[in-house]
Write a protein that binds this ligand. Sequence first.
Ligand SMILES: Nc1ncnc2c1ncn2[C@@H]1O[C@H](COP(=O)(O)OP(=O)(O)OP(=O)(O)O)[C@@H](O)[C@H]1O
Ligand SMILES: [Mg+2]
Length: 249
Amino acid sequence: MTSAVSIRDMSVIYDEFAALDHVSLEVTQGESFGIVGESGSGKSTLLRAIAGLASFSQGQLTVDGRSYSGSRRDQEFYRTVQMVFQDPYGSLHPRQTVDRLLLEPLVIHGFTDIETRIHRALDEVGLGAGFRFRYSHQLSGGQRQRIAIARALILEPKILLLDEPTSALDASIQAEILNLLEQARRDRNLTFVMVSHDLGVISHMCERLAVMKSGKVVETVARDALESRSFSADYTRQLLMASEGFRRD
Ligand SMILES: Nc1ncnc2c1ncn2[C@@H]1O[C@H](COP(=O)(O)OP(=O)(O)OP(=O)(O)O)[C@@H](O)[C@H]1O
Ligand SMILES: [Mg+2]
């Protein structure tokens, strides 16, 4: 099994506070890997450290066979790895047209078949060419998240880092976006590293998951283990109960 993302003993420190505390994990190529944990447990920090948006002071990071340190990432990295954020309002510039948003990464990376790619990208996320010259402030939250996904996919990355990609959306739209992501993953044989505070979403989307608490990985379990309740940490049990809602038993 080839490794897509390998993290060894990684720490991210903010003013002596370890937001990420000696974390190790392996994500295999083609796998959909989940990260869960309570608020503040370090889930976003982990994705940001992979993406180079947070600098790690210790440990090793290997992505698609290449090693990276600190927060330096090269062009090749962004051809391989793209990130989708929770808040499609914050992550897309409101005064840019969809066309501009999709064009930008293509120009930066020197693509020439721009027309074809923009059309294909809009089709793939179920919006179509009619959306091409809309401003992002003229889109609904779900449509914006589709554009954010189109923008991430347009460079044909191998790995998507997804930080709560549907948490800002209501339940029916959430399911649509998750299906869209799952379809893209199958069609393109993508690797996902997906963060959610919702174990239901993660167990639906991911084959394996890491459970985080206070900047550490408490345990890594397979989806089946979650379903049969065969995990070791009490904390995982608590998260599971919280996701399933309150019970009167
Ligand atoms: N730039 C920063 N400077 C200082 N502290 C930070 C910074 N970014 C994150 N932290 C702290 O690191 C810890 C982990 O934050 P992180 O955003 O990774 O949590 P999270 O698991 O994604 O939480 P949530 O589910 O609420 O999104 C928190 O205590 C947070 O306050
Ligand atoms: Mg977060």
